[in-house]
Write a protein that binds this ligand. Structure first.
Ligand SMILES: CCCCC/C=C\C/C=C\C/C=C\C/C=C\CCCC(=O)SCCNC(=O)CCNC(=O)[C@H](O)C(C)(C)COP(=O)(O)OP(=O)(O)OC[C@H]1O[C@@H](n2cnc3c(N)ncnc32)[C@H](O)[C@@H]1OP(=O)(O)O
Length: 186
């Protein structure tokens, strides 16, 4: 989306969520923020649109397709069957004891494994299963490497493996089955 300020707005929204998650809030700040957010709800509500007209999560060439559900990852290398990206878990994704939330790690794997699972010209594939092993804590606020490789295709079934690493240390790995949708399948 050339010339749009949308990607920069999503970056700020990510930073905002990290700031909010890491702040110790006093009542005055909570009140002011509630009023501002409520004002924004009023402005956005009339702009509600169908899935095809929305931008959130539907923008190409922007980390995470322009959504904030999942930590933003930057693709460093990609071919027809594999992808390698850098990712950092901001404070918004904190689980506890300085480790990322396991659900955020799974969400990251779903997104990243979904790339080689959907890189061909065939119909889109949906996640049928995603098995995640948490091997060591995933540290916060530092660059990590996430990889995914399509290692087998059997009919509609696309099998993808992934790893999340802090340097040489394996934080988590995943195995996913993605099923190519049938024509007309949602
Ligand atoms: C429109 C797709 C959207 C996703 C892609 C979006 C964008 C892509 C763009 C760019 C790509 C970049 C990034 C991708 C980002 C994200 C990708 C994440 C996608 C998701 O996050 S998506 C949400 C979570 N996902 C669901 O919401 C699925 C709910 N579910 C269903 O919609 C059905 O369940 C379905 C369609 C999966 C299968 O249904 P079905 O009726 O077509 O197939 P059926 O059940 O007959 O299974 C056929 C053969 O697979 C075996 N099989 C099935 N399931 C299995 C399992 N769990 N374990 C082991 N084997 C399994 C059977 O045993 C049989 O095997 P066999 O033929 O050998 O007997």
């Amino acid at each position: 989306m050339p010339d749009s300020a949308y990607p920069a707005m999503i970056d700020i929204l990510r930073d905002f969520l990290d700031d909010l998650a890491s702040a110790s809030l006093d009542e005055t700040t909570i009140g002011a923020l509630t009023a501002d957010l409520s004002d924004w709800r009023g402005r956005l509500e009339p702009l509600k649109a169908g899935e095809d007209e929305r931008m959130f999560g539907r923008v190409d060439d922007v980390p995470g397709h322009g959504q904030v559900m999942c930590p933003a990852f930057a693709i460093e290398e990609q071919d027809a069957t594999s992808v390698r990206a850098t990712v950092s878990f901001g404070d918004y994704f904190l689980g506890g004891n300085a480790a990322a939330h396991g659900g955020a790690v799974s969400l990251l794997f779903d997104e990243v494994l979904g790339i080689p699972a959907n890189s061909g010209p065939a119909m889109m594939a949906r996640t049928a299963y995603l098995h995640v092993n948490y091997r060591a804590i995933t540290p916060m606020n530092r660059p990590l490497t996430v990889t995914a490789t399509l290692y087998a295709v059997e009919g509609r079934k696309r099998f993808v493996r992934g790893e999340l690493k802090d340097g040489e240390r394996l934080c988590a790995d995943a195995d996913g089955l993605f099923l190519e949708l049938l024509p007309g399948q949602q």
